[in-house]
Write a protein that binds this ligand. Structure first.
Ligand SMILES: NC(=O)c1ccc[n+]([C@@H]2O[C@H](COP(=O)([O-])OP(=O)(O)OC[C@H]3O[C@@H](n4cnc5c(N)ncnc54)[C@H](O)[C@@H]3O)[C@@H](O)[C@H]2O)c1
Length: 259
C-alpha cells in the first residue's frame, strides 16, 4: 500500500521548483494534494499535471487570504493531514543598501507566512487527532545563503527556530513539525539569480558532485510527512550533497593537497 494512502496534503509555493516536486511526490505516495501559490496561472498548470489535485491562488503573507484558502481546502479535502510550508522568496540586497521593504517582505513570506499557514492548518489536524508539518528552510538557516541576502538567511534561521517551538507546542495534539534544509537546488529561484559560470562554481564545492534536484528535497519531505517519521519532531534533514560539511573551497582541491 502507498505510504500516504488516505492522507491529504497542502503544499505552499507549489508552482515553483521544490513545491511542485513535493506535490508530485506526495501524490505519488498516495496523498490527495492541494497546491497553493500566489501565481494563479502556474499553480493551475502544476495541479493539472497531478491526478485529483486542486490549485488555489493565495499570498501566504496575507492572513485573511490564508484563512479563506485553508478553509476551502479543508472542505475540499475533508480535512488536512500534511502541510508543507515551502513558499519562499530571495533577496538580492547587501545590508548597507537593503530597503526596509525588502527586509519586511522576505520575513513576511518566508517566516510569517509559515506561521500563518500553520495556524490555519492546526484546527483541522487537531480534529483529526494529529498531523505532520514540514517547513522548507535552507542550509542558509545554519550557515549563510549562496544567492540570497541577510534577510533570507535570517528568515531561514527563524524558520528553524519556529520549527522547534511549534514541534514542542503542537506535540500536545500529536502534530509533528520538522524541517528540510535544501542546499543549492536547481529551481527557477537559482536560474533567476546565478548565471551558468556561478552555477558551475557552486557545484564545485558540493562533495557529492552535483546540484540538489527538487526531487531530492521532495523525497525527504515525503519521509517526514509519513509514519516512517512517527517519532521525529523538531528536527531537520539537510538535503545538501554535503555542503554543510564542506570547507568552502572546490571539493577536488582538498585531494590535490593530500598524499
Ligand atoms: N533553490 C534553492 O537552492 C533553495 C535552497 C534552499 C531552500 N530553498 C527554499 O525552497 C523553497 C522553494 O524554493 P524554489 O527554489 O523551489 O523557488 P521557486 O522560486 O521555484 O518557487 C517558489 C514558489 O513560491 C511562490 N511564492 C513566493 N511568494 C509567495 C507568497 N507570498 N505566497 C504564495 N506563494 C509564494 C512562488 O510563486 C514560487 O512558485 C523556498 O522556501 C526556498 O527558500 C531553495
Amino acid at each position: 500500500m502507498s505510504a500516504l494512502a488516505g492522507k491529504t496534503a497542502i503544499v505552499t509555493g507549489a508552482a515553483g521548483g521544490i513545491g511542485a516536486a513535493a506535490a508530485r511526490a506526495l501524490a505519488a505516495a498516495g496523498a490527495r494534494v492541494v497546491l497553493l501559490d500566489r501565481d494563479a496561472e502556474r499553480v493551475a498548470a502544476a495541479a493539472a499535471a497531478i491526478a485529483g489535485a486542486r490549485a488555489y491562488p493565495a499570498d501566504i503573507a496575507d492572513k485573511a487570504a490564508v484563512e479563506r484558502v485553508f478553509a476551502a481546502a479543508a472542505r475540499d479535502l475533508g480535512g488536512i493531514d500534511i502541510l508543507v510550508n515551502n513558499a519562499g522568496i530571495e533577496s538580492v540586497w547587501t545590508i548597507e543598501r537593503m530597503p526596509e521593504a525588502d527586509w519586511d517582505r522576505v520575513l513576511d513570506v518566508n517566516l510569517k507566512g509559515a506561521m500563518l499557514c500553520t495556524q490555519a492548518a492546526v484546527p483541522s489536524m487537531k480534529a483529526r487527532g494529529g498531523g505532520a508539518i514540514v517547513n522548507v528552510a535552507s542550509v542558509a538557516g545554519k550557515r549563510i545563503s549562496f544567492s540570497g541576502g541577510a534577510s533570507y538567511t535570517a528568515s531561514k534561521a527563524g524558520l528553524l527556530g519556529f520549527t522547534r517551538h511549534a514541534a514542542f507546542e503542537l506535540g500536545l495534539y500529536r502534530i509533528r513539525v520538522n524541517a528540510v534544509c535544501p542546499g543549492p537546488t536547481l529551481t527557477p529561484m537559482i536560474e533567476r539569480n546565478l548565471d551558468a559560470a556561478q552555477r558551475k562554481s557552486v557545484e564545485a564545492i558540493v562533495p557529492l558532485g552535483r546540484w540538489v534536484l527538487p526531487e531530492d528535497v521532495a523525497a525527504a519531505i515525503v519521509f517526514l510527512a509519513g509514519d516512517g517519521a512517527a517519532m521525529c519532531t523538531g528536527t531537520s534533514i539537510d538535503v545538501d550533497g554535503g555542503v554543510l560539511v564542506s570547507n568552502g573551497s572546490p571539493y577536488r582541491e582538498y585531494f590535490a593537497r593530500r598524499r
